[in-house]
Design a protein around this ligand. Structure first.
Ligand code: HEM
Length: 441
């Protein structure tokens, strides 16, 4: 793809991304496209109804309003994920809403050097970089952080166990993934919450409909986050620790041709964002699904050995990334449609993971489900989520600790479910629970 695209989230939507205007002209506004309003409240609250209908009536459609080809069924999504030469990941972090001039001005004034890194890299460089950074993400490094994550989760529960009520998101799920990624990378976890705050507007700015003020504020936050990340890497360079970042520094020193120091800044910058909101929101959605279906929650409390499968079912049923983007690097076919180079594609991975053709009775939440196929929560193919083992571990620990300590918890009845409207991220912002502390085991 062109260098324009490679500027990632630091580039307002380039003209090239509109190259599918031909396709738009050819394609009438069809039934599903006419109904596709991804920022409407009803859709945000429950996109599954829309996608159930799309999968049966019109599984691939072009939405002239947003310019995306929307792909809803499992097999076609997997096929696209598995052909990164044709379907480039370069679009992954582009702002859905083009940056306003004031935010672009702040961006241009920042002393930061963002380049494509893993998630939006094209095959030629991605393959080599992923090998280095993926191979270093070893089971040993993940296991090494397990005990600390468990003690952090348990410490959060200690703070509210006697109260009888809590908002699980605010009082635990918001912070745990931030601390976990910091510990994994080897950063001082005192800064984890600040960094999470700095990244929190990014989902709205890149995937939502931010106001101009939000865009400008997010650019300033980004500058601060970049400076933090740069210092983190520079310090590790002087004194590499026994952690993932230390491993990457040692690899760089042994062979500087493998990747540049600037690339290392970029991957660390990416990982601190990729590892936070995603795991917070997937855990929150999962706790809601479990508590809404009490029998399944109780089954989990009675038999914690079911937890790893429950984690997979949560990720299949209601994960935190609902759609992910690709762009055609050359003229291509999506299903029976011919699409031109530059066509933008929205892979509805949350829909694919519920496709009956891949998962029997896909809309049913069932922690005992034999996972017939791999759900799509982490993508599929070359860019498959590098942090999946850490995310799975965190979710497992959270469920183990909560089922063990507060098995009698219930949802506060009648609570409203709030989501931040974005094209790709999906997660409840509050999860209020209550229990009788006298019955704590
Ligand atoms: C439940 C939590 C998570 C979910 C749902 C999730 C989901 C995803 C998805 C959908 C992708 C894009 C896949 C593609 O383009 O094919 C991705 C990529 C990535 N994720 Fe995650 N993720 C989660 C947690 C994490 C964590 C904890 C980390 C960091 C430790 C992480 C690091 C990454 C990285 C580095 C990539 C880019 C990989 C590449 O392009 O080679 N993620 N993730």
């Amino acid at each position: 793809m062109s260098n324009d695209l490679n500027l990632g989230m630091f580039q307002s939507t380039p003209k090239e991304l509109d190259a599918d205007s031909d396709a738009r002209a050819r394609c009438p506004v069809t039934g599903m496209a006419a109904e596709f309003e991804p920022f409407d409240d009803a859709y945000i609250a429950n996109p599954f109804a829309f996608f159930g209908k799309a999968r049966s009536d019109e599984p691939i459609f072009h939405d002239p309003k947003s310019g995306y080809w929307v792909v809803t069924k499992y097999d076609e999504i997997v096929r696209i994920f598995r052909d990164p030469g044709t379907f480039s990941a370069a679009l992954a972090r582009h702002p859905v809403t083009p940056l306003c001039p004031a935010a672009a001005e702040v961006r241009d004034s920042l002393d930061i050097s963002v380049e494509p890194s893993l998630v939006d890299e094209d095959p030629e460089t991605h393959r080599a970089h992923r090998k280095v950074f993926g191979d270093a993400f070893t089971p040993k490094r993940v296991e090494q952080v397990e005990a600390r994550i468990r003690s952090i989760v348990s410490g959060f529960i200690d703070r509210f166990a006697a109260k009888g009520e809590a908002d699980l998101v605010a009082e635990m799920l918001y912070e745990v993934p931030a601390l976990a990624i910091f510990i994994f990378l080897g950063a001082d976890d005192d800064h984890a919450v600040r960094v999470k705050q700095l990244g929190s507007a990014r989902a709205v700015v890149n995937w939502g409909r931010p106001s101009e003020a939000e865009q400008v504020a997010m650019m300033h936050d980004m500058g601060e986050h970049w400076a933090f990340t740069k210092k983190l890497v520079d310090d590790a360079y002087e004194n590499p620790g026994d952690n993932y970042l230390g491993d990457m520094v040692r690899l760089h020193k042994a062979d500087p041709d493998k990747f540049t120091v600037n690339y290392l800044y970029n991957v660390m910058f990416l990982m601190q964002f990729a590892g936070h909101e995603t795991t917070t929101q997937a855990s929150a959605n999962g706790m809601r699904a479990l508590l809404e279906d009490r029998a399944q929650w109780e089954a989990l409390c009675d038999d914690p050995s079911l937890i790893p499968n429950a984690v997979e079912e949560i990720l299949r049923y209601d994960s935190s990334i609902f759609t992910w983007r690709r762009i055609a690097a050359k003229d291509a076919k999506i299903g029976n449609f011919d699409v031109p180079k530059g066509a933008k594609i929205l892979l509805a991975i949350g829909s694919g993971s519920r496709d009956d053709a891949a998962f029997a009775d896909g809309d049913k939440f069932d922690i005992l489900r034999k996972q017939e196929k791999k759900h799509l929560a982490f993508g599929n193919g070359a860019h498959f989520c590098m942090g999946a083992p850490l995310a799975r571990l965190e979710m497992k620990i959270i469920l183990e600790e909560l089922t063990g300590r507060l098995p009698h918890m219930k949802l506060v009845p009648g609570q409203a479910w709030e989501y931040i409207p974005t094209l790709s991220f999906r997660g409840i912002q509050q999860l209020r629970i209550q229990w009788d502390p006298n019955r704590n085991p």
